[in-house]
Design a protein around this ligand. Structure first.
Ligand code: Z16
Length: 830
């Protein structure tokens, strides 16, 4: 913590019930909050009362830093990063804020003095599940790093009333239930009713003429509602910077529609109010776009217009003219979800602020930068024109104008190349015609980046190739990272203590210092401590699994973990083929000496993705049979941990020995779970995909279990007419595994259950599981043997942690600041 900060907070003149950081101050504040905010006294307080009293106690301690930061920003008027993201997965706040404030120990003691256990309150917190997976969690890591690096930033998004569904496993399959995360209130948010903007929808446009005879356009909407700001403080680690996560919630424009009321339509007015509030009601639970879902388009436009109007308001308080907007703000588009911002900023500047088109375009194209997160063609967002026209008629006109000018540029560069013009157009002419959001994002941005080296290269060679040929200078790579505060310090305090004792405390802000660990990699005493840390996390996870899933697992077995969204390209079913392979080997050879393993899965499937749901069924079905079979007891266990979340991740990453990163090469843009596992000392078994490539480069090929085709080989294999049926017939062990699944062995004799999955594998297998099967099994065998050599395994584990410094999101953010945002750190004093 900055020394000035400690002084200011501990100085007697400043220490109040809302700022003091000592055990006594925290205890007094806790009791005060319990009484005055909850109306409770200790004897009758529920766990939730206690949790909230503590959360308010911690929030108070953030608040004056928040105010100090706002003041400092107002005074210095620094260049500010605005991160536009439809998703954020920040995880629970309490522990992270305690960590970043440096008051976990006094808080623990303060509560213990009242007979309350801090861990029980930490466990009670419900996390905001405002995202689907990697993309939302990346946004949260970026917010953490921006604050820690003291870079002025605002994260803009949507305050979904219901986040990602809760996953329950019933009869082996996924059942979705609503995530009512706000049920008990959210102590971290501050609602700002005064920060509200109009959001218009639908209607038509008409030409206008002003007093000077100039033409303009008026958009006459048929619905208007409001977006209200709801703010959450994001404190950096060991600094005073508190940045803003500003999420928008939708409300009716007036609480009461007098016009309707006068017509006697009171009921209709209330219904309209309810309808407007549905805009921020629920997160779409897909990691791929929902083509043609009107509400999803409304959500995107809703948060984008509120955010841009907010930036314009802030910019006007600086007294600078709007043609300097891009000097104040750099706006990052997190995927294409906010890409409508390109047209919306044009509309705001041209229609609402009377700027000429060319001047407005200069501002716009210097404001935005676009991050792409996928190469999967089905994941590229496009909106049917009839829908778009209906919801955003003015924006469609603006997009046509942007497109016309852009295509002129393409024609100038490539005369006679009409195919290219069609390929690059923002409009896809195939009926009913679509707006291609990635093209809009590319045309309106000064920088375009992928999220790992391989992904950025493939972007330039495949989906965005034409754009790369037109504007090579726009293309960059920014390899993803994760915050070591949440994913090492907070999740793995035992490892953190060992690291700090060995290296000093600097590693969390400067993880390149972890390299010093290399010296200890073969030190027997250090190795012993290392294993004890891992062992304790495995025991804790085993206890949790016994409690939640009623399965007992052996902490001495190899914990082999795959936690991520369920997707065919991520190939959880390849993992299952390995499990069934081992199962068969033991069945055929009961005395077989193999490394005992516990396979742990976690992850949600999109509710409409039938094959992913079938994969969950398969995992649970195999678990059911394997865990009950006495022949394999003590050697194989399989667990599906339901409802994977950031919070569950805290318990999972530190307990893993082996991290499964199995995506078909060329399909996973980056992956970030791969980084969290390795930073906690798990070894990776993986393909040359996404950030795996760079992880392997950093930790060294000897410390990584590599298998599988390369991205180039994948393309070639498919082009040459891939025949999985032949592989199935040529590999007897593989055939045995697939036949066993097909036979109904794992489905109570019912051969139909897994037939779609089996048929798909042997006849199509677009993700090349069968092509990679033999290599994967051999590689797993190697991993199992290595695990038995505990000195070798521990050495590899230590070297992984020592060499993972590159994957701190601080490094990623520093690169964005330098190469894209041109943003500088600005220290805040209190
Ligand atoms: C998402 O989480 C990602 C991509 C996407 O198109 C949509 C969603 Cl919701 C993920 C990528 O799959 C993953 O490889 C990457 O690490 C992550 O975004 C963050 O960049």
């Amino acid at each position: 913590m900055a020394e000035s900060h400690r002084k200011a907070l501990n100085g007697t003149n400043r220490e109040t019930i809302r700022t003091g950081l000592s055990e006594e101050s925290i205890r007094a504040a806790f009791l005060d909050n319990l009484f005055y905010l909850q109306g409770r006294f200790p004897e009758v307080a529920t766990l939730n009362d206690q949790y909230k009293a503590l959360a308010y106690t911690v929030r108070d301690r953030l608040l004056h830093r928040w105010v100090a930061t706002t003041r400092a920003y107002q005074k210095a008027n620094p260049r500010t990063v605005c991160y536009l993201s439809a998703e954020y997965l920040p995880g629970p706040f309490l522990g992270n804020n305690l960590l970043n404030l440096g008051i976990e120990e006094p808080t623990r003691r303060a509560l213990a003095g009242l007979g309350i256990e801090l861990d029980a309150l930490l466990e009670h917190e419900e996390e905001p599940g405002l995202g689907n997976g990697g993309l939302g969690r990346l946004a949260a890591c970026f917010m953490d790093s921006l604050a820690t690096l003291q870079v002025p930033a605002i994260g803009y998004g949507i305050r979904y009333e219901f986040g990602i569904f809760d996953q329950v496993i019933r009869d082996g399959g996924q059942v979705e239930t609503t995530d009512n995360w706000l049920r008990f209130g959210n102590p971290w948010e501050v609602r700002r009713p005064a920060i509200a903007y109009d959001v218009r929808i639908g209607g038509y446009t008409e030409q206008t003429t002003d007093a000077q005879g100039r033409f303009g356009v008026r958009w006459v909407p048929n619905e208007v509602f409001n977006g209200i700001a709801v703010d959450t403080a994001i404190l950096g680690h060991g600094v005073n910077t508190v940045n803003l996560l500003r999420l928008w919630t939708a409300e009716a424009a007036e609480g009461f529609d007098f016009h309707a009321f006068n017509r006697g339509d009171y009921y209709g007015a209330v219904v309209r109010e309810v309808r407007s509030e549905t805009i921020s009601k629920v997160l779409y639970p897909n990691d791929e776009p929902e083509i043609g879902k009107r509400l999803r388009l409304l959500q995107q436009y809703f948060f984008v217009t509120c955010s841009l109007q907010d930036m314009i308001r802030i910019h006007r308080t600086t007294g600078q003219p709007l043609d300097k907007f891009h000097e104040k703000f750099s706006v990052q588009l997190n995927d294409t979800h906010p890409a409508i911002a390109v047209a919306e900023l044009m509309r705001l500047l041209v229609d609402e602020h009377q700027m000429g088109w060319d001047a407005a375009w200069e501002v716009t194209r210097h404001t935005f930068a676009y991050t792409n997160h996928t190469l999967l063609p089905e994941a590229l967002e496009k909106w049917p024109i009839p829908l778009f026209q209906n919801v955003l008629p003015r924006h469609l006109e603006i997009i046509y104008e942007i497109n016309a000018r852009f295509l002129d540029e393409v024609r100038l560069r490539h005369p006679f190349d009409t195919a290219r013009v069609q390929r690059m157009s923002i409009i896809d002419e195939a009926p009913p015609r679509f707006v291609r959001m990635a093209h809009l994002a590319c045309v309106g941005s000064f920088a375009i980046n992928g999220v790992a080296e391989l992904h950025s290269r493939l972007l330039k060679e495949t989906v965005l190739r034409d754009f790369f040929e037109l504007w090579p200078e726009k293309f960059q790579n920014k390899t993803n990272g994760v915050t070591p505060r949440r994913f090492v310090m907070l999740s793995n305090p035992g490892l953190s203590r060992l690291l700090t004792r060995t290296l000093g405390a600097g590693w969390a802000r400067d993880p390149s210092q972890l390299r010093v660990l290399e010296r200890h990699a073969d030190d027997a005493a250090f190795q012993q401590e290392w294993r004890e840390v891992k062992r304790s996390r495995k025991e804790a996870l085993a206890a949790r699994i016994l409690d939640r899933c009623n399965v007992s697992i052996d902490p001495d077995s190899l914990f082999d973990v795959q936690a991520k969204r369920i997707h065919e390209y991520k190939r959880q079913h390849l993992n299952v083929l390995h499990i069934v392979t081992l199962y068969n080997r033991i069945k055929f050879n009961p005395g077989l000496d193999i490394t005992p393993r516990t396979f742990i899965f976690g992850g949600k499937a999109a509710p409409g993705y039938a094959m992913a749901k079938l994969m969950i069924r398969l995992i649970n079905a195999v678990a059911d049979v394997v865990n009950r079979d006495p022949d394999v007891a003590g050697r194989l266990r399989v667990v599906f941990l339901p409802n994977f979340s950031v919070k569950l991740g805290h318990g999972l990453y530190p307990a893993a020995d082996l991290s499964e990163q199995l995506s078909t090469a060329g399909k996973e843009a980056s992956g970030t779970g791969n980084m969290k596992f390795s930073m906690n000392g798990a070894l990776t078994i993986g393909t040359l995909d996404g950030a795996n490539v760079e992880i392997r480069e950093e930790v060294g090929a000897d410390n990584f279990f590599l298998f599988g085709l390369t991205a180039e080989e994948v393309v070639r294999t498919l082009a040459e007419g891939y025949r999985p049926w032949d592989i199935y017939n040529a590999n007897l062990e593989l055939k045995g595994v697939i036949d066993l699944i097909a036979s109904g062995h794992f489905s109570h004799g019912d051969r139909t259950v897994f037939q779609p999955l089996v048929d798909h594998l042997v006849w199509h297998d677009n993700y090349l599981l069968l092509a990679d099967y033999a290599g994967y099994i051999a590689c797993q065998e190697q991993a199992g043997l290595t695990y038995r050599d505990s000195r070798q395994w521990t050495r590899m584990s230590i070297l992984n942690v020592a060499r993972m410094g590159k994957f701190s999101s601080d490094r990623t953010i520093a690169e964005y600041c330098r190469d894209i945002w041109r943003a500088e750190p600005m220290a805040v004093d209190v």
